[in-house]
Design a protein around this ligand. Structure first.
Ligand code: SAM
Ligand code: SF4
Length: 349
């Protein structure tokens, strides 16, 4: 067992020889997010352009290779693993990977295997996900209005997502709803979404839109600071800050009127980097040490260089020494380029 203590500023200190991955700022990297495909069956307007060029399929790691990479991270101290994308459930045979990774959950070497999904394929896969050891998932849903849903996702159908949520809950999976807060689109709908989610026993987390990748519109038009949203919601709801954590970047509020929790992910108005415990792996084997920076490490070469994980492990160690203190996202009209050129679908949310 690795032994890690937390000092008074909240940073981790290593007290055992078998190291978890510790970055230069004392943060233990215990959470891996894996984008299993950059493809998606939706084209959410804030995420993608309508005409996207995706990676050639030949550039993708196989699911066996992704499994080996993930297992190497688990051996190095990762306790939580999230599959994302693109849309993870559109990758062919993705359940092979879920089942393999689920073995770590059953063996106790991984605390949590989860995924972020748009829900379109969930009714098909929910029961199998539960069987593989997936206990919680995030479903992204920005509106409860079928017409607006079509507008924001371009290609999605709300009824399919609703069926998926029903299936996931019926399979015993805890569902959290994630919504990107968009001024002039869903800001006035958030109270109704909160009542709906909490009424079904689901937390709702709001996310600030991040300047990642070229899209067909100006993100500034819909950027909604969540500090402003919280003030507006506080006219109708009584909030109390709670220390509840799910291992991710959200801060949670307890909502007295609904009895549920509201999460806030605020990369723009409140930088959450000081407690960052995450790294991100793409479907081509590129490791990003920060969602908002360009520095990356190629893990495909060491993965394919040897069947032994020693070289791979040393490349991961070196990459962790380059994990930056934080991101520098800014949304403002004077910059007409996104802070990061790659879309969120490359590294996953
Ligand atoms: N397709 C899956 C889904 O939508 O849940 C997983 C991948 S998606 C990139 C992950 C999350 O990122 C979603 O909740 C989505 O709303 C969010 N997202 C995408 N682009 C974003 C952006 N530019 N700023 C903030 N959140 C974004
Ligand atoms: Fe697809 Fe998710 Fe991006 Fe929407 S947010 S386009 S569902 S990857």
């Amino acid at each position: 067992m690795n032994t890690v203590t937390i000092d008074r500023i909240g940073a981790y200190k290593l007290t055992d020889a078998k190291a978890p991955m510790i970055d230069p700022f004392g943060r233990a990297v215990t959470y891996l997010r894996v984008s299993v495909t950059d493809r998606c069956d939706f084209r959410c307007t804030y995420c993608m352009a309508e005409n996207m060029t995706f990676l050639p399929k030949k550039d993708l790691l196989t699911l066996e290779e992704l499994n080996r990479l993930c297992s190497a991270f688990i051996a190095k101290g990762v306790r939580k693993l999230r599959l994302t994308g693109g849309e993870p459930l559109v990758r062919k045979n993705v359940m092979f990977l879920v089942r393999e990774l689920g073995k770590h959950v059953h063996a106790g070497t991984l605390d949590e295997l989860t995924l972020t999904t748009n829900g379109s394929q969930l009714s098909k896969f929910a029961a199998e996900l539960a069987d593989c050891g997936v206990r919680r998932i995030n479903v992204s849903l920005d509106t409860l209005d079928p017409e607006k849903f079509k507008q924001i996702t371009r290609w999605g159908e709300l009824s399919k997502v609703m069926e998926g949520i029903d299936a996931a809950q019926a399979a015993g999976i805890h569902v959290k709803i994630n919504a990107v807060a968009l001024k002039g689109f869903n800001d006035t709908e958030i109270p109704a979404m909160m009542r709906w989610a909490h009424g079904r026993g689901m937390d709702l987390t709001l996310i600030e839109t991040m300047p990642m990748g070229e899209i067909d519109e100006d993100r500034t038009d819909h950027y909604m600071p969540l500090s402003e949203m919280r003030d507006t919601l506080a006219q109708q709801f009584s909030f109390s800050d709670i220390p509840y954590k799910t291992g991710g970047p959200a801060r949670y509020l307890q909502v007295a009127e609904t009895g549920g929790r509201l999460g806030l992910i605020t990369p723009m108005t409140h930088n959450f980097c000081e407690s960052c415990n995450r790294v991100r792996l793409t479907c081509t084997g590129t490791l990003y040490m920060c969602l908002g920076q360009n520095d990356a490490a190629d893990l495909r070469t060491p993965l394919r260089a040897s069947d032994d994980d020693a070289y791979l492990s040393s490349v991961i160690d070196e990459a962790i020494t380059r994990k930056p203190k934080g991101h520098d996202f800014i949304i403002d009209r004077t910059r007409n380029k996104p802070a990061v050129a790659r879309h969120m679908s490359v590294t996953g949310g």
